[in-house]
Structure formats: structure tokens, C-alpha cells
Design a protein around this ligand. Structure first.
Ligand SMILES: NC(=O)c1ccc[n+]([C@@H]2O[C@H](COP(=O)([O-])OP(=O)(O)OC[C@H]3O[C@@H](n4cnc5c(N)ncnc54)[C@H](OP(=O)(O)O)[C@@H]3O)[C@@H](O)[C@H]2O)c1
Length: 274
């Protein structure tokens, strides 16, 4: 028997029962049921992530708040009336961030729900390398590292809810912003792989691919050409509902499914002229 820790890479192929593989995590799981469910939000210092922390806290969760800006996280923790835990991390520094995520789970006595929200992507028509790389590092490398920690944890305890922030933009290319839709397509496909992986294991782990339309946050401030701009607290309510219902794919708010359907079926000849 090789694997007794959360970070062992053989966890996902290990055939031993979760109780044998993760004795410490099973103990957490028992404690978890006695207390509030724990929701950890990676990228919680502003925008959708901060509103989601407020929403989960109002619904009775203990919340774990992670991002780079410790001062903003502390201000949010002070504002919440329920239990809240802070961990400063830069998820593009994957080794440190994975260790920090695991330590946040430990601080909170377990994890019931994980939302990988951190993401970026600003217009970059001339493909300057620095912003392209920053977007790929955060939305792909950082995202996969965090999703892996959460998924291994849920496999170990035999259940859980994992959600990631993709976008309606994942469905088609955008001429002036190649990295954003491409990396969000990665997020959606990655989450589908994890959902299938959990189903194959017959484990009740829900994996929710969240696809917002335009949401009013610091990321979209000043951007042109937006419509149906949703206030971040409204988006957070829809996101929390979708996660609690264990939905596989959720458009945020749901009316964006209409846009998604049109985008998916529009022939290239018409889409390329828009
Ligand atoms: N707003 C929209 O219209 C919209 C639409 C579709 C999808 N989305 C997606 O929804 C998510 C949230 O968007 P938002 O508009 O709320 O963005 P935002 O206001 O820019 O917030 C992004 C959050 O991610 C954190 N973050 C950024 N880089 C990080 C890093 N290296 N390590 C750890 N945390 C990091 C930020 O905190 P720090 O800066 O403190 O690290 C912040 O808390 C993103 O994935 C975005 O792509 C947004």
C-alpha cells in the first residue's frame, strides 16, 4: 500500500478504498458533517469570486477565500458574519499554490465545495506575448493545478462538488482576444474530463462548468460592446444555485443559453463577418 497522503500522484489510479488511502481526510469528512459545509473559492478577492463568497456565507457555508491580495481577502473576511478562512496564493506559482490549497483545506477541517474562479483575459489584438502568456498561465496552468487538488481531495473522501469558471466565450473564437476563448475552451473540456472520470469511478462528485455571459466586475470595467451585463451578486446567486443542484453545464444567467445556441450553430461564413 503506497498512498497515504493527499499529494501522492498515484491517488487517481489507486484501487484501495478512500478510508485506507486517506485516513486523515476521512476523519475530516466526519467532522465536516457535524459542522457547516465548507466552500473554498480560488480567486475570491473581488468580482464574481467575492460575491460568491458572500452568497455561500449567507447560505450557511464556512468559506475559504484565496487570491493574491491578502488585504482584500481580510476585508472580505471581516465583513462576513459566518466562519471564513483566508489563504494568500498566486495560482500561477503552481507548486506553492497547490500546497497552500491543501493547507487551506486542512485549516477548514475539510472541503465540501471548490470553485476555481480565478481567471483573466483582456483584448490583445496584436498578440503581445506577455499578456497572452499571463492569460494562459492563469487560465490553463493555474486552473488545472487547482482543479487537480480539489478533484483528488473529493476522490479521497468519496464525494464533493467541483466547479470552474469557463465562459460563453469558450464556444467560438474572438478576433482580438485569442487567449481568452481558447483557454476557456480548455477549462470546459478539462471539467468534462473530470466529470467523466468521477462517473467512471461511480463517485457522487458533481463537476459544474459555469459559463457566464457579461458580468459587471473589475475585469469588464470599461470594455466595449457588452450587452445583458449582469450585476455580480445576481451572477453569484445563479452560480451557487447551479453548484448546489449539481448541474453539469450552467449558463449564467440562464438566458445566455440562447446566445450559446446561436453561437454554436452559426456557420463560419456568417460568424466571420460579425
Ligand atoms: N466578468 C465577466 O463578464 C466574466 C464572463 C465570463 C467568465 N468570467 C470568468 O469569471 C472569473 C471571474 O471573473 P471576474 O470578472 O470576477 O474577474 P476579476 O474581477 O478580475 O477577479 C478575478 C479574481 O481572480 C483572482 N486572481 C487573479 N489572478 C490570480 C492568481 N494568479 N492567483 C490567484 N488568484 C488570482 C483575483 O484576485 P487577486 O488579483 O487578488 O489575485 C480576483 O479575485 C474568471 O475566470 C473570468 O474569466 C467572467
Amino acid at each position: 500500500m503506497k498512498c497515504f497522503c493527499i499529494s501522492c500522484a498515484s491517488c487517481l489510479s489507486c484501487k484501495f478504498s478512500p478510508a485506507l488511502r486517506y485516513p486523515r481526510l476521512v476523519r475530516y469528512n466526519l467532522r465536516m458533517s457535524e459542522n457547516k459545509p465548507q466552500a473554498i473559492i480560488i480567486g475570491a478577492s473581488q468580482g464574481i469570486g467575492a460575491e460568491l463568497a458572500r452568497e455561500f456565507s449567507a447560505r450557511g457555508y464556512a468559506v475559504g477565500l484565496a487570491a493574491r491580495s491578502g488585504d482584500r481577502l481580510e476585508a472580505l473576511r471581516a465583513e462576513l458574519s459566518g466562519p471564513a478562512f483566508v489563504k494568500v496564493m498566486d495560482i500561477t506559482r503552481t507548486d506553492e499554490a497547490m500546497a497552500a490549497f491543501e493547507s487551506l483545506i486542512e485549516d477548514m477541517g475539510g472541503m465540501h465545495t471548490a470553485v476555481i474562479n480565478a481567471g483573466t483575459g483582456l483584448p490583445n489584438r496584436d498578440l503581445a506575448w506577455a499578456p497572452e502568456k499571463a492569460t494562459i498561465d492563469l487560465n490553463v496552468t493555474g486552473f488545472a493545478a487547482m482543479a487537480g487538488v480539489a478533484f483528488r481531495h473529493f476522490v479521497g473522501q468519496g464525494r464533493g462538488r467541483l466547479a470552474g469558471l469557463s465562459s460563453v466565450a469558450a464556444l467560438r473564437g474572438i478576433p482580438g482576444n485569442a487567449a481568452y476563448p481558447a483557454t476557456k475552451a480548455f477549462v470546459s473540456n478539462y471539467l468534462e474530463c473530470l466529470r467523466l472520470n468521477a462517473r467512471q469511478r461511480k463517485l457522487p462528485i458533481s463537476v459544474t462548468d459555469l459559463r457566464p455571459g457579461f458580468v459587471d466586475t473589475p475585469l469588464t470595467k470599461g470594455q466595449k460592446g457588452m450587452f445583458w451585463l449582469t450585476p455580480a451578486p445576481v451572477a453569484a446567486r445563479h452560480i451557487a444555485d447551479a453548484i448546489e443542484r449539481g448541474k453539469s453545464i450552467a449558463y449564467i444567467p440562464p438566458k445566455w443559453r440562447l446566445v450559446a445556441t446561436v453561437l454554436r450553430h452559426l456557420p463560419d461564413s456568417i460568424y466571420s463577418k460579425m
